[in-house]
Design a binder for this molecule. Structure first.
Ligand code: SF4
Ligand code: SF4
Length: 200
């Protein structure tokens, strides 16, 4: 790729990430949901003392976190399972001293409990059955703010313009379908089937 094309692509990807961070900046409910669960999805250790961090999306470190993430591990495909075209993933830890840098929290913090899903060419947001977080809000989707849902939906549509993120999403969507691992689904028409907000 010529240098000029590379610079232009880098500008585009940076703009996409910045737009996604802005769209995905709405709280899931009115008030502080962490007070409901003791900040369960922000916990830094398991009860057995194991440290917990979070994975960044492909290119998220390079475009958004390179000067923000202070403690990180680089996980490679030599040791960790990952989609074949992904060679490494950044696993970062929340800031020990400064706490949550809210304006720069990663996509994974913003999108939870939704995951992006593409099935038969259709994009949707899903909540998986297999959860590592015991989020009390999963049983109350009727109180999720529409601005949160729409922000996450539109934010992912932005991110999917980046080919490696679309590949990544397709890979995990297929895995999810094969394992029947969908608990709830939100499409461009709203909540699917029994998960329509009014019926919850
Ligand atoms: S587990 Fe659920 S309720 Fe608790 S902080 Fe995370 S999103 Fe909020
Ligand atoms: S970056 Fe912030 S929102 Fe994300 S896990 Fe850490 S404390 Fe929670």
């Amino acid at each position: 790729m010529a240098n000029k094309d590379k610079e232009s692509m880098m500008r585009d990807y940076k703009a996409i990430f910045e737009k996604a961070y802005a769209l995905m900046n709405e709280p899931i409910i009115e008030g502080n949901c962490g007070a409901l669960c003791g900040y369960h999805c922000c916990r830094r250790t398991e009860p057995d003392g194991e440290r917990l961090g979070m994975y960044l999306l492909p290119l998220e470190y390079e475009y958004m976190q390179v000067d923000k993430a202070k403690e990180l591990e680089v996980h490679t495909n030599l040791i960790y399972d990952m989609p074949p075209r992904i060679k490494k993933r950044y696993y970062i830890y929340c800031h020990e001293e400064e706490g949550c840098l809210r304006d720069f929290r990663p996509i994974q913090c913003r999108t939870y409990p939704f995951e992006p899903h593409i099935e038969n060419g259709e994009f949707s947001l899903v909540v998986e059955k297999n959860q590592i977080h015991a989020c009390p809000l999963l049983s109350q989707p009727e109180i999720w703010r529409p601005a949160f849902i729409e922000g996450i939906y539109e934010g992912w549509l932005e991110l999917l313009k980046i080919p490696i993120i679309k590949y990544f999403t397709l890979y995990f969507s297929q895995e999810r379908v094969e394992n029947a691992n969908v608990l709830m689904q939100y499409t461009h028409e709203g909540w699917k089937d029994s998960y329509e907000k009014d019926k919850c």
